[in-house]
Design a protein around this ligand. Structure first.
Ligand SMILES: NC(=O)c1ccc[n+]([C@@H]2O[C@H](COP(=O)([O-])OP(=O)(O)OC[C@H]3O[C@@H](n4cnc5c(N)ncnc54)[C@H](OP(=O)(O)O)[C@@H]3O)[C@@H](O)[C@H]2O)c1
Length: 254
């Protein structure tokens, strides 16, 4: 299946590792020129760019901090300056802001000093990224926006109130932008991974928790990033002409 991404330009936020890295590699393999954004891991982003180049693709690393809207505008501007357009936004970066599932943070212990910066980065950040790309997409009469959310936003997740709340807020953005931007040729969707075995999750997920999730899953295992991103790539591609406003779970049924 040809996703028709050749000559298209994609920006993947948080492309330096995990699901974002897998999305960047796949979009590049499908022919897109890919801007791989990172916050601090310049080396990791450069390695993704080198991997894409070694495979004959085109990519560039761009710094972008969800908590710094000027850096967001500057990153989007640099992509458009470099390649003249921006067709696909994969809004994937997550700033954990020190909040982790392990050790868990009980809701009663979730201080406003943690909650507020988390929501600022992970709601205001994707808002600012989308707001920076939409004028470019509108001028092109074409755009695809894929927000990477998570099943916790629909199902709830103990000890992850800030995460579930931030992701659920993005669903309102998806539904609204779908209606506001559809007439301009811009389709907007969210992909909701379940627990996905990125390097980070492999390192921090306790064995017992992993086993419990695998047993609860209809497919009796957890997905890897490469299994999540084909849905991201399809929704973000010109081949997708009719799916917009959807919250698509990619979780092995969990
Ligand atoms: N893995 C899972 O189990 C899972 C499950 C459900 C949903 N998701 C969602 O999938 C997406 C990717 O998750 P992941 O597990 O692949 O993440 P990850 O491996 O932790 O990678 C996070 C990425 O976000 C970037 N980042 C962190 N803080 C940032 C900031 N302030 N500004 C800009 N970029 C920042 C990181 O850049 P640096 O490397 O430079 O720090 C990195 O590229 C997230 O939206 C997450 O919520 C993941």
């Amino acid at each position: 299946m040809d996703l028709q991404l050749s000559e298209r330009v994609a920006l993947v936020t948080g492309g330096s590792r995990g699901i974002g890295r897998a999305a960047a590699l796949l979009l590049a393999r499908e022919g897109a020129r890919v801007a791989v954004s990172y916050r601090s891991a310049a080396d990791a982003a450069a390695a993704v760019v080198a991997e894409i180049a070694a495979a004959g693709g085109t990519a560039a690393a761009v710094p972008l901090d969800l908590a710094d809207h000027e850096s967001i505008r500057s990153a989007v501007g640099s992509v458009v300056d470099r390649w003249g357009r921006l067709d696909v936004l994969v809004s994937n970066a997550l700033d954990t802001n020190g909040l982790t599932l392990w050790p868990p943070t009980a809701f009663e212990e979730l201080a406003a000093s943690s909650w507020q910066p988390f929501l600022r980065a992970n709601v205001d950040g994707p808002y600012a990224v989308a707001q920076a790309v939409v004028p470019v997409m509108r001028a092109q009469g074409f755009g695809r926006i894929v927000l990477v959310s998570g099943t916790s936003a629909l199902d709830g997740q103990p000890f992850a109130a800030a995460l579930a709340t931030a992701k659920a807020a993005l669903h309102g953005l998806v539904r609204t932008l779908t209606k506001e931007l559809g007439p301009a040729g811009i389709l907007v969707n969210a992909v909701l991974p379940g627990t996905t075995l990125t390097e980070h999750i492999e390192a921090v997920l306790p064995a017992a928790a992993r086993t419990a999730r695998e047993s609860a899953s209809p497919i009796r295992r957890l997905l890897g990033p490469a299994e999540v991103v084909p849905t991201v790539a399809f929704l973000g591609s010109p081949l997708n002409t009719g799916v917009t406003g959807e919250l698509v779970r990619v979780s092995g049924g969990l």
